[in-house]
Design a protein around this ligand. Structure first.
Ligand code: G6P
Ligand code: ZN
Length: 541
């Protein structure tokens, strides 16, 4: 089919993410899928190769899957493994790619962004290691999209994706697989399911909010069926194409129902949630929210309590804006810690090289070397394993952790959908002022260093520049500024604020209060109010 390049097909932090209405434009999806194939095609083509396909079930998922199947057939793939109903969570897709030795996979998702006809859609490619395409590969896709003149699609009726098993599509085989089986088997191999069954049999109460997104079937199969938690443990467990009209983002704003439950008199022992495609997680204990940065540190410190990590961990990686809490654990364990740019793809090389076992990001992602994506349900299972072995509450575990390592008070202030030009101006202005900042005073403290984070991948030597502006104070406190790479409208400014507190008497302060002077300084340093017209952030996490 002849076509022409369509502008703006540049994959962001996690694939190409646009409004559904963009993807519905003539040739839009086909152009991008062909650009992926052109960018990743080996010299000898796709003959004999297997592609994995699935998505988070959002609006347009089913139509997109049908087109991609016909394009995979016309592009010469031997086989596509597709989740029943075109469903696969992001971590499950990563698991399936690895288990079946696939060439790679296409995941249909806009993660935690809203869905429905007016919402967002997205498409990303994961490589043979199960991880998100590295930057060089996404650059090649973008380049391919700009010179595209034709795409290949087989003329054929739609494939019935409701029935498990193989169907021929031209010369290619479409194999409809259970979206949950491989994933459940992997989890059962990492964790002590009998011990977790005993935990639930003993009356432990979990509430898992699937937010009407993809994890509902996975959570039911694992928590309620395999581990025997009572029915109703999984809430909002039926996936809906528009996520019930909600934002499937497991943060304190969008998971407010769960938060209210966990802060109330009848709170269960553990509250957790995952996002649209199942890779993020939110952890709340009875009366206490565990920030993702702290969760990473606490999981790393206790991972040896689960069978898969009983031999210890080889290292920890975290994205640059993630707090330094995990660094203190790494130091205590005597293992290295790596600081990477935002985006799970940057962990892939470190995991493949065996340099790290556990990774995490402030954006509610934690995972390990078991797949090459962050994994929401895995994080809940590791928390459950720790709670089972230590026999303590989430609160006790957090408090003991802070007592041992000190506490990294941490918050993120988001200014969503601000004018893109104003956001660019704010970042450029601040970037220009960075060299003059060391030695200046901010929030009553001296600025030690100020830079624009750039990353040299220690495994493949690739370099990624302009990954966030950092202002580090003499006492180790930090303010980080970054523009989101996942939005679809305007720009989103993220301001990350962190302060380390070693004093045992000051470990239980309200976070926003503890950080108030730094928050005010962050605002004035970047002139946020004047440049964006916003007097306050739209989301605080
Ligand atoms: C996605 C990626 C994460 C990343 C996050 C950052 O969820 O999978 O690895 O941390 O986006 O989003 P942002 O909007 O801050 O670019
Ligand atoms: Zn996600």
């Amino acid at each position: 089919m002849l076509t022409q390049p369509i502008s703006g097909m540049k994959p962001g932090t996690s694939g190409l993410r646009k409004k559904v209405t963009d993807f519905q434009r003539p040739h839009y999806l086909a152009n991008f899928v062909q650009s992926i194939f052109n960018a990743v095609r080996p010299a000898d083509g796709f003959a004999g190769k297997t592609l994995v396909l699935g998505g988070d079930g959002r609006f347009f998922n089913a139509e997109a899957a049908q087109l991609i199947l016909k394009m995979a057939a016309a592009n010469g793939f031997a086989r596509v493994l597709v989740g029943q109903g075109a469903i696969l969570s992001t971590p499950a897709a990563s698991c399936v790619i690895r288990r079946h030795g696939a060439f790679g996979g296409i995941i249909l998702s806009a993660s935690h962004n809203p869905g429905g006809p007016e919402g967002d859609f997205g498409i990303k490619f994961n490589a043979a290691n199960g991880g998100p395409a590295p930057e060089a590969m996404t650059e090649a896709m973008y380049a391919a999209s700009q010179t595209l003149t034709e795409y290949h699609v087989l003329e054929a009726p739609d494939v019935d994706l409701t029935r498990l098993g193989p169907t021929a599509l031209g010369a290619m085989t479409v194999e409809v697989i259970s979206p949950v089986d491989d994933y459940v088997a992997l989890m059962a191999s990492l964790f002590d399911f009998p011990a977790l069954r005993a935990l639930f049999a003993g009356g432990f109460r979990l509430r898992f909010d699937a937010m009407h997104a993809v994890t509902g079937p996975y959570a039911r199969a694992i928590f309620e069926e395999a581990l025997g938690a009572p029915a109703g443990t999984v809430m909002n467990g039926t996936p809906l194409p528009d996520f019930g009209g909600h934002h499937p983002d497991p943060n304190l704003v969008h998971a407010h129902e769960l938060l209210a439950l966990m802060m109330g008199p009848d709170a269960p022992d553990l509250g957790a949630a995952s996002d649209g495609d199942g890779d993020r997680n939110l952890i709340i204990g009875r009366g206490i929210f565990i920030s993702p940065s702290d969760s990473l540190a606490m999981l790393a410190a206790n991972a040896h309590l689960a069978p898969a990590y009983a031999q210890g961990i080889s290292g920890i990686a975290r994205s640059m804006p993630t707090s330094g809490a995990a660094d203190r654990v790494a130091a205590a364990l005597g293992v290295p810690v790596y600081e990477t740019p935002t985006g799970w793809k940057f962990f892939g090389n470190l995991l493949d090289a065996g340099r790290v076992t556990i990774c995490g990001e402030e954006s509610a992602g934690t995972g390990s070397h078991h797949v090459r994506e962050k994994d929401g349900i895995w994080a809940v299972l590791l928390w459950l394993s720790i709670l089972a072995r230590r026999g303590q509450s989430v609160q006790q575990i957090a408090q003991e952790h802070w007592f041992t390592y000190g506490r990294n008070y941490y918050t993120r202030h988001d200014y969503e959908e601000i004018d893109a030009a104003a956001a660019a101006q704010l970042m450029a202005g601040l970037r220009a002022r960075l060299p003059a900042l060391p030695g200046a005073t901010v929030a009553g403290r001296l600025v030690a260093t100020a830079d624009d984070f750039s990353y040299l991948d220690p495994v493949d030597g690739s370099q990624s520049k302009q990954q966030g502006l950092r202002v580090v104070l003499a006492d180790g406190s930090r303010i980080v500024y970054r523009l989101s790479g996942t939005g679809t409208a305007g720009a989103t400014l993220r301001v990350y604020i962190e302060q380390y507190e070693p004093d045992a008497a000051r470990l239980d302060l309200p976070v926003q209060e503890a950080l108030a002077p730094l928050i005010a300084a962050a605002e004035s340093l970047a002139d946020i109010r004047a440049l964006t017209g916003r007097t306050e952030p739209s989301v605080i996490t």
